[in-house]
Design a protein around this ligand. Structure first.
Ligand code: C5P
Length: 202
């Protein structure tokens, strides 16, 4: 049976962590849709036309180890504003969302555009400072040399661009449940998300 959990929110709010934990808890498949835009942006940085890069994306493009760097993040957010890029990635995401056994997708437009009929919609947020701190730790732990200020600047620029664009802007779906994780531990945020899904499953 298909069951879709749509998770949206600004950069580094904890969507991926919550999405992975929900998928593990309920035995669902998980898709980090930001990876599609990151891989497309990374290919653009190597000289490819962004629309062609999105149309010919391969599984191995999603496995590159530098997809989370600020340069690739910015490129992702720039290609994500191009309607033809979004269109090229649409069918794959919709098919993933309706696969048997349940699916969790996280991104910016999952509840609004990709899966407007998702059984559960979450909009995950956290303060700028907290999001920059978390993303900085993730990058430093992964061996990438960036400062907290650089990470903060990247998040602010992307949130502004992602929210202002005409094509599928970042915004909560009208029926999304808000989850502000600023002062929550990962465990608390995951427990709250599980409780929301449990309630929806009835
Ligand atoms: O989620 P993540 O930060 O990895 O996404 C990278 C960029 O990809 C975002 O800043 C946004 O511009 C774009 N994106 C999008 N729609 C999605 C997922 C990501 O526009 N569903």
């Amino acid at each position: 049976m298909a069951f879709t959990i749509a998770i949206d929110g600004p950069a580094a709010a904890g969507k991926g962590t919550i999405g992975r934990a929900l998928a593990a808890h309920f035995g669902f498949s998980h898709l980090d849709t930001g990876l599609l835009y990151r891989a497309t942006g990374r290919r653009m940085l190597t000289g490819l036309d962004p629309v062609e890069a999105a149309q010919s994306l391969r599984a191995e493009d999603l496995a590159a180890d530098d997809l989370r760097t600020p340069d690739v993040s910015q490129a992702a957010s720039r290609v994500a504003a191009i309607p033809e890029v979004r269109q090229a990635l649409l069918d794959f995401q919709r098919a993933f969302a309706r696969r048997a056994g349940g699916a969790v997708l996280d991104g910016r437009d999952i509840g609004t555009v990709i899966c407007p009929d998702a059984e559960v919609k979450l909009f995950v947020t956290a303060s700028d400072v907290e999001r920059a701190r978390r993303r900085h730790k993730e990058l430093s732990d992964g061996g990438h040399a960036v400062t907290v200020d650089e990470v903060m600047e990247d998040l602010r620029q992307r949130d502004a661009r992602d929210s202002a664009r005409a094509a599928a802007p970042l915004k909560p779906a009208e029926d999304a449940q808000l989850l502000d994780t600023s002062t929550m531990t990962i465990q608390d945020a995951v427990a709250e998300a599980i409780a929301i899904v449990d309630a929806a499953q009835g």
